[in-house]
Design a protein around this ligand. Structure first.
Ligand SMILES: [Zn+2]
Length: 434
């Protein structure tokens, strides 16, 4: 009650100020100017948008469940994209689908010289045949992809609708983006296309990924995914024994690589994640493949680690050839292909976007820790464009598993945090109430 009373007083004072103002006045948000942020919070239209979330809790839950039940494996997002397009069109945005498959809804600003992006990825890690029916029990929903990124998509459409219902006029244009290709071998292709298309005008990017309000990703974890392929002549296990064997070579190279020394600072990791090859137990294989994931806080370490992998594979192939008894049928060939690369980057500690997030946290009574992760924000951050990735509120767990769950209790805190950060970045044109 006290809060409400306080707010009424504030909004009364603010209404008087607004009445005394010229018809259009821009409430902008210079970094570290919390006074301006307070002005934003007490803007009556912003208050309407903030209150919209609690009043439409059930609608947001239902849309999250409905979108989650449309399968959307990476590279097969089009059906879910079409459903999001309908939702964004319904709130008066100018919606297009780009040639990569991203759905982009524009809310025009009073000037479109600069735009701010709010995005959520459409794709999931689950193959198309996965059962994605959502099981609901009170506020808990269980289904693959319900949190990552059902929660992000629900927040995207909820924020767009709240802004529409409250008739908020941003100063900068806002692009509501449901993008493809965030997971795995999608290699952030959706976000790459968005940043490419709007690069000159892009003021900030806010990525919604999964649930919670406990973190803000401001540091992009650089990663590379590569595939080693070794081929040879193949043959019969008995009659051709002695012919160089690609699996032997791969094992020899792998054993060398896994003892490569890696630093703990900058934190650097590798994972031999998938190994394939051969056709039967009694055949000398003609091919062996290995997928490796390399990550580091520093790009240089990644380059060094990839170099080490190359050397080890080359040495493994050499060892196998040197010890093979029969080289008459052919030698071994090898190559290392890139499956994807996520560039690193970091948001400056004094950026206006981070200041906006911090002020929003303060407003909703939240504390969040800064994190380094691999998200869609890697792309803008690597180009020096202000970007963060945050959760969409509520709580969740079991991401990328069939037991994935999401609980929408307290979701409003996350949605308010998103809305205020977005509006602080876009700035709001206050219109005189009549
Ligand atoms: Zn995700």
């Amino acid at each position: 009650m006290k809060l409400i009373g306080d707010w009424c007083l504030k909004s009364l004072v603010l209404s008087c100020i607004l009445l005394a103002m010229p018809i259009r006045q821009v409430i902008s948000f210079p970094a570290n100017r919390l006074a301006h942020f307070t002005q934003l919070q007490t803007n009556p239209q912003v208050r309407t948008a903030l209150d919209w979330f609690a009043a439409h809790h059930a609608w947001i839950d239902d849309e999250q469940a409905r979108l989650t039940e449309i399968p959307a494996p990476t590279f097969q997002e089009s059906e879910r994209a079409a459903a999001v397009k309908v939702l964004l069109s319904a709130v008066g945005l100018e919606v297009t689908t780009d040639k990569t498959g991203n759905v982009i809804g524009l809310l025009r600003g009073s000037s479109d010289k600069e735009v701010v992006v709010l995005s959520a990825h459409l794709d999931t890690v689950f193959p198309p045949e996965t059962e994605v029916k959502v099981h609901r029990e009170k506020s808990r929903m269980t289904a693959p992809g319900i949190s990552d990124n059902g929660a992000g998509l629900a927040a995207l459409v909820a924020v767009a609708r709240a802004i529409h219902e409250a008739r908020i006029q941003p100063q900068r244009g806002i692009l509501f983006v449901a993008n493809v290709g965030e997971e795995g071998e999608g290699n952030l292709r959706g976000m790459r296309a968005v940043v490419d298309a709007y690069r000159d005008r892009l003021k900030a990017v806010i990525v919604l990924d999964g649930s919670s309000v406990d973190h803000v990703t401001t540091k992009a974890l650089a990663s590379r995914r590569v595939e080693v392929v070794i081929t040879g002549p193949g043959g019969h296990s008995w009659s051709d024994f002695g012919v160089p064997n690609p699996i032997n070579a791969l094992v020899r190279g792998s054993v060398r690589f896994i003892s490569t020394r890696i630093p703990s600072t900058p934190r650097t990791t590798f994972n031999l994640g998938q190994i394939e090859g051969g056709t039967s137990v009694n055949s000398i294989p003609y091919e062996a493949r290995l997928k490796v994931d390399l990550r580091s806080e520093k790009e240089d370490e990644l380059t060094r680690l990839e170099g080490a992998l190359r050397e080890c594979v080359a040495a493994g192939v050499r060892d196998e050839l040197e010890t093979s008894r029969d080289r008459s049928k052919g030698k071994l060939e090898w190559k290392l292909d890139s499956l994807g690369e996520r560039p690193g980057g970091e948001l400056a500690a004094n950026s206006s976007l981070l200041a906006a997030l911090r002020a929003a946290d303060e407003f909703v009574g939240n504390q969040s820790r800064v994190e380094r992760a691999s998200t869609d924000a890697n792309i803008p951050l690597s180009l020096g464009i202000e970007a963060i990735a945050i959760g969409a509120g509520g709580s969740g767990g079991g991401a990328h598993s069939l037991q994935e769950w999401y609980e929408s209790d307290g979701r409003e805190t996350g949605l308010k945090r998103v809305l205020l950060t977005l509006l602080a970045s876009s700035a709001v044109t206050a219109e005189k109430t009549r």
